[in-house]
Design a protein around this ligand. Structure first.
Ligand code: NAD
Length: 489
């Protein structure tokens, strides 16, 4: 056995019908900051998924007949229990995903706690519609009911954060769920399962099956007893899910990739804009669907912006994610690191300039992290709009900076990609920010800020970035079936 295998490995089990159950085969899971295998994840298939769906179906009558208030109280208890163990969850997320401990402590786990509290509260405040038709002697009203067993599939970049953003609204509305986290980041979902009984979540309400997309994910997507699938991940996987679920006419919510522009006009407050745009480019190693990867800067301030932006990017420290002073941790996998690096090489081959980071600056890593999947924040300039670096989602610490002249031109170029998830606009001109925001093909537009979210309002993308929206009202509508009832008096 290698050194990695001689250490005791963490072995996860599926959580089905309120019980942990071992699986017949397992997948290795790596610690991205060391390159060691440290955990074994069940390699579930049809059989395990079938058992989980059965448990969820059995639990549905009890859970769906509870009042919203009862469900809300249980969800608040679960939020308290996760919060009580926040540090353990943060450590686990950082180790499993490669993200910095600081990011896990301040973003991932607090948001997972908040997701449960938010939907525990919002479920108490929905109202349905009613209209009257006096001439006909009729009133019409709508009623909403949970749909059944919800299939939830989540990615590796914000593991517990995005999984709970689906579990919370699904169970608040009275559905039961079968969740499949990413096979690369399964640990915090497994830890959460340990708290469900104590929180009062009845067995079978939340089931978690671990495994790959091709096996466990597809078994869930293809199962006739799962009428709705909420998916966050890549556009390519969403296409596959759409095809595989089509014979069953399933309800789909798809939150997909992005190629998000930041548009910086010459009247922007650069003292705010530069640090925020460095953050929007490199936070969580650039592995956030909302990260900026195309920066359009108006010609008059282009060279000043570049100089200050590169200087700020160089301040970000890359290294051991468990060190609280580190800003950039490890990328998720060796394959992903190679893919991200290959974009930088392609840009260079096309004649673009790499101003800092990959291939330009030295990356010094502590002895224990030499085999980790690290990469420095990388800024590329003079990239052509049709380059793959300006068209495809890179999903790593790489951002491209280009110049523009007019408002009309930048709107056209910002919209010139297949994606439409998030955009950022920087300008001191109120009229202009509204004008530009309205014309951008993007589900979210932030002006003079980034990643400020009100969970009440819709979240999601246009074009290849998704179908459907999530948020207080949107998730409520997705996770319930509506009926219009007419009464003649
Ligand atoms: P992915 O599509 O490879 O995997 C996502 C999940 O789908 C995983 O759990 C995976 O196992 C599963 N899966 C894979 N193939 C499947 C199949 N055939 N059937 C069913 N399930 C399958 O995505 P990823 O690499 O884990 O995540 C990165 C992507 O997610 C990026 O494109 C990123 O932009 C996107 N993302 C979007 C949002 C958003 O809210 N719009 C948020 C985070 C990440």
């Amino acid at each position: 056995p290698t050194m990695a295998h001689s250490k005791a490995l963490l072995v996860l089990e599926n959580f089905i019908g309120g019980k942990f159950v071992p699986c017949s085969s397992y997948i290795d899971s790596y610690n991205p900051s060391t390159g060691d295998v440290y955990c074994r994840v069940p390699d579930s298939g049809k059989e395990e998924v079938e058992a989980a769906i059965k448990a969820a179906k059995d639990a549905f009558p009890i859970w769906s007949s509870k009042s919203p208030l009862e469900r809300s109280q249980i969800m608040n208890k679960l939020a308290d229990l996760i919060e009580h163990d926040l540090e353990a969850f943060a450590q686990a997320e950082s180790k499993d995903q490669g993200k910095t401990i600081t990011f896990a402590r301040t973003v991932d786990i607090p948001r997972a706690v908040h997701n449960f509290r938010f939907f525990a509260s919002s479920i108490l405040h929905h109202v349905t519609e009613c209209t009257e038709m006096p001439a006909m002697g009729c009133v019409h009203y709508t009623s909403r009911a949970p749909v059944g067993v919800a299939g939830l599939i989540s990615p590796w970049n914000l593991p517990l954060y995005l999984l709970t953003w689906k579990i919370a609204p699904a169970i608040a509305c009275g559905n039961t769920v079968v969740a499949k986290p990413s096979e690369m980041t399964s640990v915090t979902a497994w830890m959460m399962c340990k708290l469900l009984e104590k929180a009062g979540v009845p067995p079978g309400v939340v089931n978690v099956v671990f495994g790959t997309g091709a096996k466990a994910g597809e078994a869930l997507v293809c199962h006739p007893d799962v009428p709705l699938i909420s998916f966050t991940g890549s556009t390519r996987t969403a296409q596959r899910i759409t095809e595989r679920s089509a014979p069953h006419c399933k309800r789909l919510s798809l939150e997909l990739g992005g190629k998000n522009p930041a548009i910086i006009f010459d009247d922007a407050d650069l003292s705010q804009c530069i640090p925020t745009t460095v953050r929007s480019s490199f936070a969580n190693q650039g592995e956030i669907c909302l990260c900026t990867s195309r920066i359009f800067v108006q010609r008059g301030i282009y060279s000043e912006f570049l100089k200050r932006f590169v200087a700020e990017a160089k301040k970000w420290k890359t290294g051991n994610p468990s060190d609280p002073t580190i800003d950039v941790g490890a990328l998720i996998s060796k394959e992903h690191l190679e893919k991200v690096r290959s974009y930088v090489k392609k840009a260079q081959a096309e004649g673009a300039r790499v101003l800092c980071g990959e291939g330009v600056d030295p990356l010094a890593l502590p002895p224990g992290n030499q085999k980790g999947y690290f990469m420095l924040p990388t800024v590329i300039a003079e990239v052509k709009d049709d380059s793959c670096c300006m068209q495809e989602e890179i999903f790593g610490p790489v951002t491209c900076v280009v110049a523009f002249d007019t408002e009309e031109e930048v709107i056209r170029r910002a919209n010139g990609v297949k994606y439409g998830l998030a955009a950022t606009v920087w300008s001191g001109n109120v009229g202009r920010v509204h004008r530009v925001a309205h014309r951008l093909q993007s589900g979210l537009v932030w002006t003079n800020c980034w990643l400020v979210r009100d969970l009440n309002l819709p979240f999601g993308g246009m074009k290849a970035s998704g179908i459907g929206r999530e948020g207080a009202k949107d998730s409520y509508e997705f996770f319930t079936e509506v009926k219009t009832i007419t009464i003649k008096h």
